[in-house]
Design a protein around this ligand. Structure first.
Ligand code: SF4
Ligand code: SF4
Length: 390
């Protein structure tokens, strides 16, 4: 197979000699990274990605659609690219499953540490120096590259039926970083697949985002991670009960994977620390004003959901619990919360919980709610579960 050549004669020079895997691994090990490399030629993954987007599985994640062509071929991203180098960096405590304190809302494991982009990107950029390619691009999570597909080709693991990467030595609790370079790098052996007949992750998914009859394909529109983080605006009513206890992300399919008995703990304390306290209850989240939200979640992935998104999710979790003790808190939200999205979801939660207190809070809201969407939620909640009856 012939390697692509730089498209511009004016592009800055870089050494022509290949980088060996041994040299790459030695430098990566100094930085605490597992590493592998692949030739920067498009594979079948690009076509699979096109089909996934065409089927609408990306939902409202427009950036995934806009970057389709770049994602399918790293040479569009960097003309003359010859190699894609991928690193893996563990996070969390290395346990297969989380054990959240009673009453707390669930937050995905990766989001309970400091912002990982900066922590990992710093190491990836240091590793990039090995290539002496001034145009080499480094990404952590936000780049238009199919990280998991490249990680498989670079020998770091395989893409499991839940669509996450799985490693025999790391499990799945790790972040990926990618470097695209014009330098030739000795390629690793692609990883073989070790899912076999197992379907535990597919069976564990409560929403049907991944299903036994459709392994290796994620319908992001149904995934709790998408619903709680990426989706702006109201969560479709039919999906709300499926959120269960999750206020940010979801780890159920990853926790189900038996390969996570080989998971390892974070190698950087910033990714091991529970910067976001594990004991956040949904009630306490509903009390966060803008300043408190910023102060609490600045520098953590949770900030991505935004205050309104996180409080919306907290209200849904309380509705799912159907615990009458949450009624006074939700009634206060209905009266005082400035964001109509949160008020609307608090109304839904009150409708689910029911009882006299919920009914009188909803009636008061029906008399004063001016936002059309929140009002629709209030009236819908009054009609739910017999709440409209005297
Ligand atoms: S993250 Fe949760 S909702 Fe999404 S596919 Fe996995 S188990 Fe299903
Ligand atoms: S749970 Fe089973 S099917 Fe799913 S990724 Fe792990 S090994 Fe593969």
């Amino acid at each position: 197979m012939s390697l692509p050549t730089p498209s511009s004669e004016t592009a800055p020079a870089f050494p022509e000699s290949p980088v060996s895997l041994a040299e790459l691994r030695a430098r990566a090990a100094e930085l605490g990274l597992d590493v592998g490399a692949a030739l920067a030629v498009p594979g079948e993954e690009g076509e699979r990605y096109r089909r996934w987007v065409a089927d609408g599985f990306a939902g409202a994640m427009d950036y995934m659609v806009r970057t389709l062509e770049v994602r399918a071929d790293p040479r569009v991203l960097l003309p003359g690219a010859r190699s894609v180098v991928v690193v893996a960096f563990p996070y969390g405590d290395g346990q297969r499953r989380d054990r959240p304190p009673p009453g707390s809302a669930r937050i995905a494991r990766y989001a309970r540490s400091k912002e990982y982009h900066g922590v990992l990107l710093d190491r990836v950029r240091k590793l990039r120096r090995v290539f002496e390619d001034p145009l080499a691009r480094a990404f952590v999570d936000t780049g238009p590259v199919l990280e998991k597909a490249w990680a498989r080709r670079a020998g770091l693991g395989w893409v499991g039926k839940h669509t996450h990467l799985v490693s025999r030595s790391l499990g799945s609790w790790f972040h990926l970083g990618v470097i695209v370079t014009r330098r030739e790098v000795e390629a690793s052996e692609p990883h073989s697949d070790h899912c076999g007949r197992c379907t535990r992750c597919l069976d564990a998914c409560p929403t049907g985002a991944i299903r036994p009859d459709r392994p290796f394909r994620l319908d992001a529109r149904l995934c709790i991670s998408y619903l709680t983080i990426e989706l702006r605006g109201p969560i479709p009513e039919a999906d709300r009960p499926l959120l269960g206890e999750w206020v940010f992300g979801c780890d159920l399919c990853v926790e189900a994977c038996p390969w996570n008995r080989f998971a390892v703990a974070a190698r950087d304390h910033r990714l091991a620390a529970e910067a976001v306290a594990p004991g956040w209850t949904p009630e306490a989240l509903l009390d966060l004003d803008t300043g408190a939200f910023e102060a609490t979640f600045r520098g953590t992935p949770v900030k991505r959901a935004g205050r309104a998104g996180l409080l919306r999710n907290a209200a849904v979790v309380l509705g799912n619990r159907r615990d009458p003790s949450a009624v006074p808190r939700l009634a206060r939200v209905l009266r005082e919360e400035p964001d109509a999205l949160v008020r609307g979801h608090a109304a839904w939660a009150l409708g689910r919980i029911g009882g006299d207190g919920a009914r009188s809070a909803l009636r008061a809201a029906a008399a004063q709610e001016a936002d059309p969407e929140a009002r629709r939620e209030v009236l819908g909640a009054l009609g739910a579960g017999g709440l409209s009856s005297p």
